[in-house]
Write a protein that binds this ligand. Structure first.
Ligand code: SF4
Length: 349
């Protein structure tokens, strides 16, 4: 028999208080700015990855007013490496909207939060539950997995009909009080026990009523999507260097790597001709695969070493980035990895 909603939430809250996570850096505060920042960073990103970014971001932008006043380039730099860059851009837009429309204070309800850029229904509920204890249901990837397994919900959780069922279930399970601990408990359970692979059912507070456990179907639930082969795109990127710096271009705000610094993309010969370097020798390095939400990129770095900085590097939208700044500049992680040590590679050519 599935658990009654009250028994489900009571067991989860008791477990969270005794065994859940209590020492994450954002858990020491109910400040909506900090809660919001952590929730946005944690979308699609693991806790261990988020922690150093969260700390550095707060040092640089201690409150929503500081973030709103920052330049897009400064925000992109602080976000670089976290991936899913539209989140960083929306974060900035949201901060500006909170300052412009709400006097610098986050509106204190899940419904009002959801109207802000980059805050979906689940994120709005999590912020409202943690900052103000609001009774609002969350439904992120971890929670979907817990609910599908515990209640034996069939079908791919992202399918509209399945998602609707899961939202209704999530709403029905909300406790009358202690919504912050309950919400944290759901998140903790999904992250630490009811993991994607090898869930630790023997330690789970919901084990007695879990359908997946009773039927031995933890590996089947939640159901996966009917897979189609991912689209793969190929592109070349010119790594033009004098051993001390490298040419990068600022991407337009929308689209892949929006607002970040990226080496010029295109056919090497055409790029070199455009830079006034037609016929200059270059060398293709080993291609690198990188996955985006909707496609996979096969990126071929093309190394071209020069004796001095070309005058075309000074055109608008371009920068000659010193190699010692590669670790902190607003570069996507893929290029940061490629450009680290470029000085050595360049010297060897
Ligand atoms: S018993 Fe196992 S499968 Fe069921 S909710 Fe707990 S950890 Fe997940």
């Amino acid at each position: 028999m599935p658990a009654l909603p009250s028994a489900f939430s009571a067991r989860l809250i008791a477990w969270q208080k005794n065994h859940g996570r209590h020492d994450l850096p954002w858990q020491c505060s109910r400040d909506p700015y900090r809660v919001w920042l952590s929730e946005v960073m944690l979308q699609q990103t693991q806790v261990a990855t988020v922690i150093p970014y969260y700390r550095r971001f707060l040092e640089r932008f201690p409150d929503v007013a500081a973030l709103a006043a920052a330049s897009p380039a400064a925000v992109a730099e602080a976000w670089a490496g976290l991936g899913y860059y539209s989140r960083g851009r929306n974060l900035h837009r949201c901060a500006r909207q909170v300052v412009a429309d709400h006097g610098g204070r986050f509106p204190a309800s899940a419904a009002a939060l959801e109207a802000l850029p980059g805050i979906g229904r689940s994120t709005a509920a999590a912020i409202a539950a943690f900052a103000w204890g609001e009774r609002a249901a969350i439904l992120d990837g971890n929670v979907k997995r817990v609910l599908c397994r515990h209640f034996g919900v069939e079908g791919w959780p992202e399918a509209a009909a399945v998602k609707k069922t899961l939202w209704a279930l999530a709403e029905s399970l909300l406790p009358a009080a202690d919504c912050g601990a309950y919400t944290q408990g759901l998140m903790d359970l999904g992250a630490t026990l009811c993991t994607r692979r090898r869930p630790d059912c023997s330690a789970c507070p919901l084990a007695a009523t879990c359908i997946a456990r009773q039927e031995g179907r933890q590996g089947e639930l939640p159901a996966g999507r009917q897979r189609t082969a991912p689209v793969e795109k190929a592109a070349s990127f010119l790594l033009l260097t004098d051993g001390r710096g490298v040419l990068v271009e600022r991407r337009p705000p929308a689209g892949i790597w929006g607002g970040l610094l990226v080496p010029p993309e295109g056919e090497p010969e055409a790029l070199l001709a455009d830079l006034g370097l037609a016929g200059h020798p270059w060398q293709a390095l080993a291609p690198v695969r990188h996955s985006f939400t909707h496609f996979r990129l096969l990126a071929t770095p093309v190394l071209c070493r020069l004796a001095s900085v070309p005058s075309a590097a000074a055109r608008p939208g371009r920068e000659w980035l010193p190699l010692e700044r590669v670790g902190t500049a607003a570069l996507p992680a893929l290029f940061r990895r490629l450009l680290v040590g470029l000085g050595d590679v360049g010297e060897a050519l």
